[in-house]
Design a protein around this ligand. Structure first.
Ligand code: ADP
Length: 396
């Protein structure tokens, strides 16, 4: 492969780096060539796994923990693997960056000023931002001429109205950046694009899409544009998640402070010890909880279903109605049990799930007579990043 015909996409988190290589066709169509993951960063057993487009394993091996102690080091490992397997570098690298702050409404080509700006948003995404930026910095040091593009999870939500963008706090705080940014925007953007193609009858419709993965949120979209989201200032707000609580009385944070917990203790607690994991005392993996007979696991599932159902339907107020409901991401795409559990809270609205369609994962999972159509759409954040990257470095 030569450098003019591939785009590399990197999605770096606290414990893993996922990377994908896309080929760029003559008509600018993007086709996946390989996908890899270095997981277990900072643990005693980091592993690198890479598969080609057919799912055949290209590499599967343990990495010396000293070489993947943090995301920076892990990116060096990924870079070395890529340069050993590709001839030349890709035409550009696209990165998922969670927070674009109030000013960045669209993907941007990265330069020093952009990196500096993005670093100021660390505290708005403590779990993500530094890890998202680490590979950008490593690549900039090693290959300063390789174009890099940052794609933001917040950007899709910059179409929100002034009301949707606010908390009920003094205006001065809003001006300082205390805003409802919203997240999972790359996933919602893909879902909106996919709906155009696979369910064109929903064009222009009022859609509630729920991204139910490790992080969980829902988004109200009209005509493919975000008008509201359950997530706000940070990725803590809204619906319950794997290890984050979602909605929480801020008085609880004050109460924890009074008990002597420091800022870092509380931050760790809110990002790592709450949600499904905190409620169940078992873990954050939906599969494990669904398989468990433990009463606390049932409780966690009931809580999750109720609050997700409530949050999704509440978004109807932003649009004065809901034409269709979409489930996506790990839980949304793969758990018929949780989808059914959530939809039980909507029976009073005439929304009905067809058990067989639900077991087959749709795409439509509601009955013919359901008042609102319910669908499963598989998300693909990486493809959206690759598209944006191509559009920025090689405009049509
Ligand atoms: P992320 O990419 O944010 O890490 P994912 O979108 O992969 O997260 O979602 C992870 C969640 O999806 C986990 O809670 C996992 O248990 C759940 N999940 C994945 N597959 C299934 C399945 N077959 N049944 C139920 N839950 C699943």
């Amino acid at each position: 492969m030569n450098r003019q015909d591939t785009i590399l996409v990197i999605n770096a988190g606290s414990s893993s780096i996922k990377f994908y290589l896309y080929g760029v066709g003559a008509e600018r169509e993007l086709s996946p060539l390989l996908g890899g993951q270095l997981e277990g960063i900072g643990t005693p057993r980091p592993r690198l796994r890479v598969r080609d487009a057919q799912g055949q394993t290209m590499t599967e091996r343990h990495i010396n923990p000293g070489h993947a102690a943090n995301v920076r080091d892990a990116q060096e490992v990924v870079g070395t693997w890529l340069s050993g397997h590709l001839s030349g570098s890709p035409m550009a690298v696209g990165h998922r960056v969670v927070h674009g702050g109030p000013d960045l409404h669209a993907p941007v080509r990265v330069d020093d000023a952009i990196i500096e700006k993005l670093q100021t948003y660390h505290s708005l995404a403590p779990l993500h931002q530094a890890n998202n930026l680490a590979p950008i910095q490593v690549i900039r040091e090693r290959l300063p001429d390789l174009p890099q593009v940052a794609c933001f999870d917040t950007a899709f939500h910059r179409t929100h109205s002034a009301v949707a963008d606010r908390y009920a706090v003094p205006e001065s705080l809003y001006q300082e950046g205390v805003r409802r940014y919203g997240f999972h925007g790359l996933s919602y953007e893909y879902v909106a694009q996919r709906l155009e193609r696979v369910l064109p009858e929903l064009r222009g419709g009022k859609i509630v899409a729920a991204h139910l993965g490790s992080g969980v949120s829902a988004c109200a979209m009209v005509d493919g544009k975000s008008v509201d989201s359950t997530m706000g200032f940070t990725a803590l707000e809204g619906l319950p998640m794997g290890t984050r609580p979602g909605r929480l009385d801020p008085g609880i944070v004050l109460w924890l402070m009074e008990r002597g917990m420091s800022h870092d203790d509380i931050q760790h607690f809110l990002y790592h010890d709450c949600g499904l994991k905190g409620l169940s005392g078992i873990g954050n993996d939906m599969r494990e909880l669904e398989a468990s007979e433990a009463p606390a696991a049932r409780m966690a599932l009931d809580y999750f279903a109720w609050r997700v159902a409530e949050g999704m339907i509440g978004l109807g107020c932003a649009m004065n109605g809901i034409d269709a409901i979409i489930f996506t991401a790990g839980i949304g795409e793969n758990s018929p049990g949780m989808r059914a559990r959530i939809a039980r809270h909507w029976e009073w609205l005439g929304i009905r799930i067809d058990a067989e369609r639900n077991a087959r994962h749709g795409p439509r999972i509601s009955t013919e007579d359901s008042k609102t159509g319910v669908y499963v759409v598989r998300t693909n954040e990486e493809l959206i990043i690759a598209q944006h990257t191509l559009d920025l470095v090689a405009p049509r």
